[in-house]
Design a protein around this ligand. Structure first.
Ligand code: UT7
Length: 335
């Protein structure tokens, strides 16, 4: 059986930098609260009317990943697109990206696993490559959160955390079993589906009903998050799924060259770092600059870490994520 290996990473974030102080002009919040609770100092948000969106950001990240991998778009046999903020209700962002990139007729698959979307996508890509069905896979995570967030005091618990951006990876077939993705571990717990969700626009409330009842105070039109419950579950599930990845590969925390957690909240990442006794140079965080970009957060962080020389040949890389669903997962990679 084959392995799959990441041979190129790319990312794109909008130019528009929005600091905590900028947000405090829109809502009752301040830099001290946001920094203390989340570690975030600024995020990138798409400027309304700029024409940028989930797919177009994904295209730019994918182009960078293809270039770095030295792979032509024509060699991609499967597109996997992870997002919770697609341009359209349907069809998915995978086919939109395919069209915008001028790709042929390869299959395009959308993944709806929110903050765990990239790890889920990695696992799906890995299965297709391992069985020999596809050789080269393009995996994209992209999010346009700011279009749907409530930037008033009412929405502050959510809107100070999330940011816009995209990341991408090119995966290819590897014949050396010691190289590439060694294992992936996926979980979900649907009983918490509504604890981090957007409940308004849906097939449960179709357009005539939404238009007839539209009420700007109806919070169902914006993402809802039970922050404390998410936090408590995240630290437990992150720990479990990291332990499982280490155990499965006969590794200890000391063997990890770089741990890249989903950038949910710096406090969650620091809790996990402490729990596993990881040194600062074993963990990569960039939430301070981008906020939580959901499915895009791990590939943006990986792309930056790689460009900074922090992901090198033979390194052991650990990824872990937790988010809406609830869903969570991990992946252990031998670079
Ligand atoms: O990728 C997975 C996605 N999500 C996460 O990982 C998030 C996990 N959860 C968290 O990170 C934290 O729960 C938050 C950072 C979202 C919130 O921190 P918290 O310590 O759980 O705060 P809280 O919601 O309990 O609110 C504490 C206080 C409240 O005021 P009162 O009731 O004590 O007077 C809130 O109204 O802070 C208030 N508050 C704010 N104040 C200033 C809530 N949001 C803000 C804000 N600025 N942005």
């Amino acid at each position: 059986m084959y392995r799959s290996r990441i041979i190129g990473l790319g990312h794109f974030v909008p130019d528009n930098v929005v600091t905590n102080d900028d947000l405090s002009t829109l809502m009752d919040t301040d830099d001290a609260w946001i920094t203390e609770r989340t570690g975030i100092k600024e995020r990138r948000l798409i400027k309304k009317g700029s024409g940028e969106g989930t797919t177009s950001m994904g295209v730019k990240a994918a182009q960078m990943a293809l270039e770095r991998a030295n792979v032509s778009k024509d060699d991609i046999e499967l597109i996997i697109f992870a997002t919770l903020s697609p341009d359209l209700y349907f069809p998915g962002s995978g086919v939109l990206l395919q069209d915008q990139m001028g790709m042929g007729t390869c299959p395009a698959l959308d993944i709806r696993n929110q903050c765990s979307g990239f790890v889920y996508g990695l696992s799906v890509a890995d299965q297709f490559i391992k069985t020999g069905m596809y050789k080269n896979v393009l995996l994209v995570g992209s999010e346009y959160h700011s279009g749907g967030m409530d930037f008033t005091t009412r929405g502050r618990t959510v809107s100070v955390i999330f940011g816009d951006g995209a990341g991408a990876a090119i995966l290819t077939r590897e014949t050396d079993a010691t190289k590439g993705i060694q294992s992936t571990h996926l979980y979900s717990e649907g009983k918490y589906a509504e604890e981090l969700a957007i409940l308004g626009p849906s097939t449960q409330r179709w357009i005539p009903e939404i238009v007839a009842d539209y009420d700007e105070d109806d919070m169902r039109y914006h993402p809802y998050m039970n922050g404390q419950l998410v936090f408590k579950n995240a630290v437990v599930r992150f720990s479990e799924v990291i332990k499982e990845a280490l155990h499965k590969n006969n590794k200890t925390a000391e063997d990890i060259d770089l741990f890249i957690p989903h950038q949910a909240n710096l406090r969650i990442a620091q809790f996990v770092q402490k729990k596993f006794g990881l040194a600062d140079n074993q963990v990569y965080n960039n939430i301070m600059r981008y906020g939580n970009t959901t499915a895009a957060s791990i590939p943006i962080a990986m792309s930056e870490a790689w460009a900074e020389g922090k992901i090198k040949k033979d390194d052991t890389i650990l990824l872990a994520a937790f988010g809406s669903g609830f869903t969570w997962g991990s992946a252990l990679i031998h670079w």
